[in-house]
Design a protein around this ligand. Sequence first.
Ligand SMILES: [Fe+2]
Length: 523
Amino acid sequence: MTDQKTEIDRRSFVAGALGAAAGMGGLLAQNAQAQPPEGREIGTTAGGAIPPEMRRPTRLYRLEADVHDCEITGKVPSDLNGAFYRVGPDAQYPLHPRDIPFDGEGHVSMFRIKNGRVDYKSRMVRNERYLANDKAGKQLFPMYRNPSMDDPSAKGLSRSTANTHIINHRNYLLALKEDSPPAAMDLLTLETKVPTYTFDGQLPSKTFTAHPKLDSVTGNMVAFGYEAEGFGSKTVSIFEFTPQGKLVWNAKVQVPYVGMLHDFAVTEKHIVLYVIPLAMDQKQMDSGGPHWSWDNTLPTYFGFVRRGGDGKDVQFIKGPTRSATHIMGTFDDGKKLFVDVEMSMSNPFPFMPMHDGSRWDPVAGSSHITRLTVDLSKKRPSAYDIEQLYPHVGALPRQDDRYNTVAYRYGFLPCPDPEARPGTGGACYARFDHQTRKATLFNAGTESSLAECCFAPRSATAPEGSGYLMGVATRNTEGGRADLVILDAEHLNDGPVATVHLPMRAVGQIHGWWVPEAQLPKA
Ligand SMILES: [Fe+2]
């Protein structure tokens, strides 16, 4: 009886928490609508079958949509004008049965908000990979970051799915996948303008991160590429572009091992690279599997290097086995370097194989907002401090992006209500005040799932955290129909000021990005 209850609690935890903890609330909610074919296992970890809500959809979606003047409940604030972009994987043709949910061609959607009205538009990213697949009429890239599985006709083409994140740069919307250069799209029509965008040939890397940062003072875009010199390379290239697109800095460093470097941290003086044990697994790829597996025997490395330098000063501090994939915010005070991350004790992704064949652990895989601190007054620090800041379990933290590289006070996180019994408390957005260490919540209820949220300031000069928090709610009892919820970011527990209704499912989302009206081209 005890064992059965434990198992039910674990399942409940998976269903209630890991949509957020695995970092894919909206994406997985969409997947939950798809049923696997009878008797066919569509994805496994080394430890067993993946729960249905964590699987890739087995049916293609690909619905490119235009909804003019969406139905709205409440009132869209008059000072909220711009566009909220989202991107996620949406397989163009079927992928390999063992492929993971992170794979699939990128599908970008946009809520265009202006003068109280909202239009919705979505388009597939028509990059090199999409165009090649389209010409062949089949999937040429069937496995996540494993070129050995590609159709021979795809050799030499960019493998980018462009499905992870989006950011505006030089009047383009860049669709990002960290194993390749971006694709550049039109900000208003979502037409793909440049299938493989290399910053006019200046990109000093074969890859480009999904998480560039905007310098809070200069507006420069600071970014990096890992596996920068080719597949399996230990080289990380770090670089900085002006808003006009001029490369103004580049340094290269070597990491201790090839682990997933999904995000990074940038302060006014430093770059932080955090190497985690989701490590490249050649043997697994040789057997037709995905790029990464979780290797419990590997340590983490907290790497830091001076901004603007030649990279030779880079230091890597060895730490305990942990996972940390996304940054909430970061800063240094001249003496110490602080990096706030979502951190779990072990593999946060149930579909990512365990290297030792062990069973995936949903509790060890759950993430909390955690502060990593390095004492810069020591010439060669030998350790970094790890402090969990809040009890909330969640992933995909965000901040007011105007504070990407400077001290910040407020952070946001999709998470279940930490005071409710696991699986019963509903999907929430939390706002954390690091000064008081208190959180306020918006609870969307138990029948909805929430994708990552995004903050839009009330104006370019509004104080930190003054503005709106928005994100897509998937209504699980309405066939996965989607709403955009818009909240006053300073009063989350008042509920939405406006809810924008779509008549159908929205395409899945990994990340989203807000572009204010002043940064959009005139129609
Ligand atoms: Fe990410």
